[in-house]
Every structure is written in structure tokens, then in C-alpha cells.
Design a protein around this ligand. Structure first.
Ligand code: ATR
Length: 284
């Protein structure tokens, strides 16, 4: 029941109409009986500053931030967590008595998916990461926090972007080895392969970022494709056909949302409820 005391939460982005965040967060608010509502706000690129002023003016309690605002929004906040600062992007804003704090929950989301769904309490010594865009930044940051991981093979179509990302997050060059997407034979050593490129995403669902399937994929490997449209990508099917385990990006989506929810409400949301709500939204 929306009343005079209902706390407003939401997400800003462009485009925004396909977001599954309202479904996930409203399901969690309802499950916990909290007096809140979560809505989607369409904010075009030139409307960001006004949107954040509006958050202050309307005392909106929390916002998620998605494409294309994750980097630009940082300039409009009062403080940024060390993690979001290092990643260079904010996906969550909390409004505490008019003070806006920026966080990044994507790194938490990917690690929690690997732990809870992939059964990886510890990461393997060698991890391969495909892609060097915004998602790769948060994932690479998360990987570099883990002591047990000895080497990251970072491959991208545009090698210069991978080099710049590695130089930024691993300035001493101790852990990250950069290469082109063509140099895939090196993937075989990895116990974990994460795809953060958009290859295989709807509508090009036949495509896969891995071409040399037999040389790269094996039964000792976990493959995480952060795509969730479709829920099973060509890469995931290829991985399973070679005996590897495969995860889609739904877990990462749910756990990053769960962490945002916790930042705003102080309560741990039921992630199974959030997952179910996201799946129902996808099927519409
Ligand atoms: P996101 O925020 O989801 O990471 P992004 O920043 O646009 O999105 O990054 C997209 C990633 O997918 C990049 O690594 C991109 O490679 P480039 O840096 O070379 O552009 C990768 N990508 C997109 N389309 C690709 C394709 N057809 N083949 C290989 N890589 C592709």
C-alpha cells in the first residue's frame, strides 16, 4: 500500500523501459513488508544533473544508476566509496539526510554469483576475462581483490582498451596479462572464464566470443557469461558440451541488486524472490 510515508527508490538510465530492477526490488520490498516502492525513471544523457537535483529535492532514498550515467553521475555526488572510486563507476546512490553517497555493487554481484552459484569460495590460480568495457572494469577490480588468484588473462578485440584497463587497475603489472581476442589458446590454463563482452547477447544469439572451443574449454572450467538475454548463450552451450560448468549473468544481476537494497534499507533481501521476479519479467 503506497501511503504518505512510503519511501521512494528507483533506477535512472537511457533506455530504461526494459529494466528488470523494479520487478526485483518491489518483490523484495513486499517480501520483507517494507514501506517502499521502486520505480524506473527515464533520464536522457543531458538530463542527469537535473535528475540528481530532483533526487535531492524530492528526498528520494536511493537510486540505481545504469547506462549511460554510471561514470558521469560521480561528479554530482557528495561522496564516493573507495570501491566505486577504484572501479570508476557508480551504480547505486544512497540519500542519507540529503547527503548523496555513491557505491558500486557490480563487483560484489559477480563475486557472490561465483561463490553461491559457482561454488567458488576460492578462485582458481588463473582466471580469463574477455572484454574491457564497463562491466570488465568492475569484474577485474573484484578479481584483483582476491589474494589466491595468481594470474588474469585479459583479452579484448581492441587490445589497447585492455592495456589501458590493466594499467589502471594493476599498475605494477604483477597479475594481469593482456592479449587480443584472437589469442585464445591461452584460455586453456584458466579454471574460470568470464565473458563480459556483448558477443552472444540478444539479438546476435548465435555468436560466441570463443572460437577455438576444443583448445579453450575443458571439464575443469567454470564459465560465467554475464549476459542474461538469452539465459543460455552459445558460449554456455559450448562450455557444457566440453564438460565445463556454465553460469549466466542472472546471478550477478540479482546479487548486485541485493547489495544495493541492503545499502538502502539495512536489510538483506531474499535473493530467491528477486531472482524469480526477474525471470518473470524476462518472460514478458
Ligand atoms: P559493458 O558496459 O557491458 O562492458 P561496453 O563498455 O560497451 O559494455 O563494452 C563492450 C565490450 O564488448 C568491449 O570489450 C567490446 O570490445 P571492444 O573494446 O573491442 O569494442 C566487446 N565487444 C562488443 N562487440 C564485440 C564483437 N563483435 N566482437 C568482440 N568484442 C566485442
Amino acid at each position: 500500500m503506497i501511503s504518505g510515508t512510503t519511501q521512494v527508490l528507483g533506477v535512472i538510465g537511457h533506455p530504461i523501459e526494459h529494466t528488470s530492477s523494479p520487478a526485483m526490488h518491489n518483490a523484495a520490498l513486499e517480501a520483507l513488508g517494507l514501506d517502499g516502492v521502486y520505480v524506473a525513471f527515464h533520464v536522457p544523457p543531458d538530463g542527469l544533473e537535473r535528475a540528481i537535483a530532483g533526487m535531492r529535492g524530492l528526498e528520494i532514498g536511493g537510486l540505481n544508476v545504469t547506462v549511460p550515467h554510471k561514470v558521469d553521475v560521480m561528479a554530482h555526488l557528495d561522496e564516493i566509496s573507495a570501491e566505486a572510486q577504484a572501479i570508476g563507476a557508480v551504480n547505486t546512490i544512497a540519500n542519507r539526510d540529503g547527503r548523496l553517497s555513491g557505491y558500486n555493487t557490480d563487483a560484489y554481484g559477480v563475486m557472490e554469483s561465483l561463490r553461491q552459484e559457482g561454488g567458488m569460495e576460492r578462485l582458481p590460480a588463473t582466471v580469463a576475462l574477455l572484454g574491457a568495457g564497463g562491466a570488465a572494469r568492475a569484474i577485474l577490480y573484484a578479481l584483483l581483490q582476491r589474494q589466491e588468484m595468481e594470474e588474469i588473462v585479459l583479452l579484448n578485440r581492441t587490445v589497447e582498451k585492455a592495456e589501458a584497463l590493466a594499467a589502471d587497475l594493476d599498475p605494477n603489472g604483477t597479475k594481469v596479462r593482456v592479449g587480443s581476442l584472437d589469442g585464445q589458446a591461452s584460455l586453456h590454463q584458466a579454471g574460470l572464464l568470464i565473458n563480459s563482452t556483448s558477443v552472444g547477447m540478444h539479438p546476435n544469439t548465435e555468436a560466441s566470443p570463443v572460437e577455438e572451443i576444443d583448445a579453450c574449454l575443458h571439464d575443469g572450467m567454470l564459465v560465467l557469461d554475464i549476459v542474461y538475454k538469452p539465459l543460455e548463450t552459445t558460449l554456455m552451450r559450448q562450455a557444457k558440451s566440453r564438460g565445463a560448468r556454465a553460469l549466466n549473468g542472472l546471478g550477478m544481476l540479482v546479487f548486485q541488486g541485493a547489495r544495493s537494497f541492503e545499502i538502502w534499507t539495512g536489510e538483506k533481501p531474499p535473493t530467491d524472490v528477486m531472482r524469480h521476479a526477474a525471470l518473470q519479467r524476462f518472460s514478458k
